[in-house]
Design a protein around this ligand. Structure first.
Ligand SMILES: Nc1ncnc2c1ncn2[C@@H]1O[C@H](COP(=O)(O)OP(=O)(O)O)[C@@H](O)[C@H]1O
Ligand SMILES: [Mg+2]
Length: 394
């Protein structure tokens, strides 16, 4: 028996525990799920079923256990099951190296006096906001909608980059939301012509402090990603990443303290211009992620759709490795309809990378045979009309 076969056999007989995994997921009035209670073990999860069965909905629910609007970027009201009386609820039990943890989120629908609100619970207690979830769970996802990431508007790539960063550095989500909050407040004052220099100055101070921290965290991750990507993989291409951004550029030339002063001065000087524009015209909320396909020596946007997808897979796997190393726990991966686009060699390479990461990957597809190479290293679930059943006992 070869060494490879031995190690395969060993993994097969005792499923390797993922460092962080979902053990239970409960959905209430979420999309096409009225009431779902699902229990899984730490192995990767294969979800198969016909179109419209609820596969993407299920992993979208998991993606909402992180700050932001999830993998479809849906409005909260849209995800509540049509016809439901109240809001939706998602709760999950996570197995972590430190023990079990319960995370929950949902919406409290608008009432007469109060607007609709997102609720977040950690171990049953109300949390201050969605950013907290990034501290407990790192998620990485790839969906068919991301196929156009490199040709879309910069805002999509920036959001993608920031999600990669908060997977590694959970404080990033908080900084981005604090920066945006101060920016919105400043824009509102400027639009309303309320030029109170002390109030504006205080907001600009907040923007400068968080802005530099955001830019620095992005630069740090890009450097790590580039290093990880350069190590290469035999089947996925090498991506060369860079950030095109004012503050990120300054941080390459000067100290953080100096860059922060410069940004504060820039904001103060731009008040008139920003008042006319109705928004801050420069800052980290304008940065863009640039990617090149090294082997093709081409910007990602000019590569074929398949090549762009392969680049994204390489980036996301590199990010998952960095998260695993930095946080001593692999992220949960949500891979929607990914496998159908890969040939067998790439499929096997992807499965092996996931297995080596010991990540609980949730993979969807319509054709279960594409996942055969997992054997009993993964668990198989069938999804149909808002019900999920164990499909094949290992
Ligand atoms: N808010 C909602 N309430 C009820 N059903 C919904 C809601 N949003 C989407 N759906 C239904 O969910 C189904 C799509 O599920 P989806 O997870 O995208 O399927 P797939 O298995 O192909 O990934 C569709 O039938 C759609 O009508
Ligand atoms: Mg789908």
């Amino acid at each position: 028996m070869t060494a490879v076969a031995t190690s395969r056999a060993a993994t097969a007989s005792s499923p390797t525990p993922a460092s962080v995994s979902l053990s239970r997921l409960t959905l209430t009035d979420f999309r096409n799920y009225t009431a779902l209670r699902l229990e899984v073990d730490p192995r990767p999860v294969v979800l198969t079923g016909p179109n419209g069965a609820g596969k993407t909905n299920l992993i979208e629910a998991i993606s909402l256990l992180n700050p932001g609007r999830g993998l479809r970027r849906a409005a909260l009201a849209e995800v509540t099951r049509q016809g439901a009386a109240g809001g939706f609820g998602i709760s999950a039990r996570l197995g972590t190296p430190a023990g079990d943890l319960d995370l929950g989120t949902g919406i409290q629908p608008a009432t007469a006096g109060e607007p609709e609100r997102r609720l977040v619970r950690v171990n049953g207690a109300n949390a201050s906001g969605p950013a907290v979830m990034a501290e407990h769970l790192s998620l990485v996802w790839l969906t068919p909608a991301m196929d156009r990431l490199f040709v879309e508007a910069a805002s999509e790539r920036r959001r993608f980059l920031d999600r990669l960063v908060h997977g590694v550095d959970p404080g990033h989500a908080r900084r981005v939301s604090a920066y945006e909050k101060a920016m919105r407040e400043r824009s509102r004052l400027l639009r309303e012509g309320r030029n109170d220099p002390r109030w504006l100055g205080a907001l600009e101070d907040t923007m400068a402090g968080h802005g530099i921290a955001i830019a620095a965290a992005r630069r740090d991750l890009i450097a790590r990603l580039d290093a990880a990507l350069a190590l290469g993989s035999s089947v996925f291409p090498t991506a060369d990443l860079a950030i095109d951004g004012l503050l990120e550029g300054w941080l390459g030339e000067t100290t953080a303290v100096d860059a922060e002063d410069r940004f504060r001065a820039r904001l103060a000087a731009n008040r008139g211009r920003d008042a006319e524009a109705g928004a801050a015209t420069s800052g980290p909320h304008k940065s863009d992620l640039q990617a090149r396909h090294v082997q093709r020596d081409m910007p990602a946007a000019l590569c074929s759709t398949g090549e762009q997808k392969a680049l994204l897979i390489a980036i996301v796997l590199a990010n998952a490795k960095i998260i695993a190393a930095r946080r001593a726990q692999a992220p949960i991966l949500l891979l929607d309809e990914l496998v159908a686009h890969l040939d067998r060699v790439r499929r096997q390479a992807l499965f092996d990378e996931i297995a080596a990461l010991r990540a609980q990957a949730w993979m969807t597809g319509t054709d279960q045979s594409l996942f055969d190479d997992w054997g009993d290293r993964a668990q198989f679930l069938a999804v149909l009309g808002g019900e999920v059943v164990v499909d094949r006992k290992p």
